[in-house]
Design a protein around this ligand. Structure first.
Ligand code: HEM
Length: 421
């Protein structure tokens, strides 16, 4: 399904994890990384422009490190990027990242509590009628588009964006701005998302600056006019009984605004891309609606939209039989761990009936386990179930395209041709 393969030249295996353009051909990526996983449970990487790091390629190591907060911390550098990008960000006056992911220990726990109740299974279940209604809007949009659309940008993106902005309290007219800025943060290296910016770093800095401006105004508004939404909780939250710091508040807004939709959107568009390669599997859902749970997990395992997070050793610590020195950093490769043959039977096969899909590690593990996993799973299974019931046929109408980002990425364009029943 990928466009004609371009030859790629890779000097070192570590580039597969750090170079944005190498995420544009996921068949090739998985082929290459499967070999790395077989030869290197833990891969030492020393690339120009990056401080050295190690990649954990196996499921059990990624899980073990995620669950061990004594020996591994997140710190403000939980996302891999060229060292120069970090310097430029600080020089531009952007506060060091302090999202939930970047916090550790009590600080992390207290900040997570501010919004946690909204993401618990029972609370998310109560939103099912709204998720259904929004999914219906976008199935209808497919009908209105008359048999051909770009499933990624016409359906997956706006649907997942609206579900999260609905609880956030961001008005619908601001959704395009949220999407543009999210693409600037997560996908800055993709030429399509770079806009007028001189380079990826300038694009990311500009996006964060505009987010800050937007969320400062939102904070003022919600403090004056509290509403029953997430924006009010973040504006007025008191982690540990104290007002939230300015940087923490801004980054809290940013993580919910960004992580809440691009991830799920890529799971959905990449899931449908996999169904196009295995057409029979979508119709299995029509015959057995209970399969929707497994199908959603399989789409999220298969696509693994969050490509990594980093952890830093608090002392000399062994992982995968390699000793990582104090201060050393490891990259948790979720897409690699999700194809680990020791955990998933026929790991390289997309199969919505598989019995082990719920061992997926796409949402991480331990205390940082994805706050929004309940939403993501519901959104994906709701949309898949509706498509399976409504569609008569669906097929590719052109090549799929993957976003070029080593952090959060997936199928950004998916031209499809379809008929309704
Ligand atoms: C398929 C969709 C999604 C994927 C693959 C995903 C993946 C992840 C991963 C890998 C982490 C880090 C976990 C760790 O460090 O162990 C995370 C954290 C987080 N996610 Fe998601 N996510 C998704 C959807 C969402 C949604 C819908 C939201 C809604 C707001 C969300 C909000 C968050 C937040 C706030 C955190 C930080 C949690 C913490 O550090 O305590 N995510 N997610």
């Amino acid at each position: 399904m990928t466009d004609v393969r371009r030859p790629v030249h890779v000097e070192q295996p570590g580039e597969w994890f750090a170079t944005p353009s190498l995420w544009a051909d996921m068949d090739l990526w998985h082929e290459q990384v499967a070999e790395i996983r077989r030869s290197h449970r833990v891969l030492a990487v020393d690339l120009p422009g990056f401080r050295p790091f190690w990649v954990l390629t196996r499921h059990r190591d990624v899980l073990a490190v995620s669950r061990d907060n004594e020996h591994w911390l997140n710190t403000s550098q939980s996302v891999l990027g060229p060292d120069e990008a970090w310097e430029k960000m600080l020089a531009a006056g952007i506060p060091e990242p302090r999202t939930l992911v970047h916090l550790d220990g009590t600080e992390h726990r207290e900040h997570r509590k501010v919004t946690n109740d909204w993401f618990k299974p029972a609370a998310v279940k109560n939103r099912q009628p709204r998720i259904d209604a929004l999914a219906d809007v976008f199935v209808q949009r497919m009908r209105d588009l008359g048999g051909e659309c770009d499933f990624a940008s016409d359906v997956a993106q706006p649907f997942t964006l609206r579900v999260i902005m609905d609880i956030y309290g961001v008005p619908e007219q601001d959704e395009p701005l949220m999407l543009e800025l999210t693409q600037g943060v997560f996908g800055a290296a993709d030429p399509e998302f770079m806009g007028e910016a001189a380079d990826a770093q300038a694009r990311a800095v500009d996006s964060v600056m505009r987010f800050i401006e937007y969320f400062n105004a939102l904070t003022e508004d919600r403090r004056r006019h509290p509403a029953d939404d997430l924006a009010t909780l973040i504006a007025t939250g008191q982690p540990g009984g104290c007002p939230m710091g300015e940087a923490e508040r801004l980054w809290y807004y940013i993580i919910v605004a960004t992580a809440g939709h691009d991830t799920t959107s890529y799971a959905l568009s990449g899931g449908v891309e996999a169904f196009l390669r295995h057409p029979g599997q979508l119709w299995l859902l029509r015959d057995d609606p209970d399969l929707a749970f497994k199908a959603a997990d399989e789409c999220i395992r298969w696509t693994s939209p969050v490509r990594h997070f980093m952890r830093h050793a608090t002392e000399d610590t062994e992982v995968g039989e390699v000793l990582i020195p104090k201060g050393g950093r490891v990259l948790l490769s979720y897409p690699s761990a999700n194809r680990d043959e020791d955990v998933f039977r026929d790991a390289m096969t997309f199969d919505i009936r598989r019995g082990d899909a719920d061992r997926l590690i796409s949402f991480g593990g331990g205390v940082h386990f994805c706050l929004g996993s309940q939403f993501a799973r519901r959104e994906v299974r709701t949309m898949l179930s509706k498509l399976a019931l409504a569609l008569q046929s669906i097929a590719p109408a052109g090549p799929a395209q993957w976003a070029q980002s080593a952090f959060v990425s997936g199928v950004k364009h998916l031209p499809v041709r379809y008929q309704f029943r």
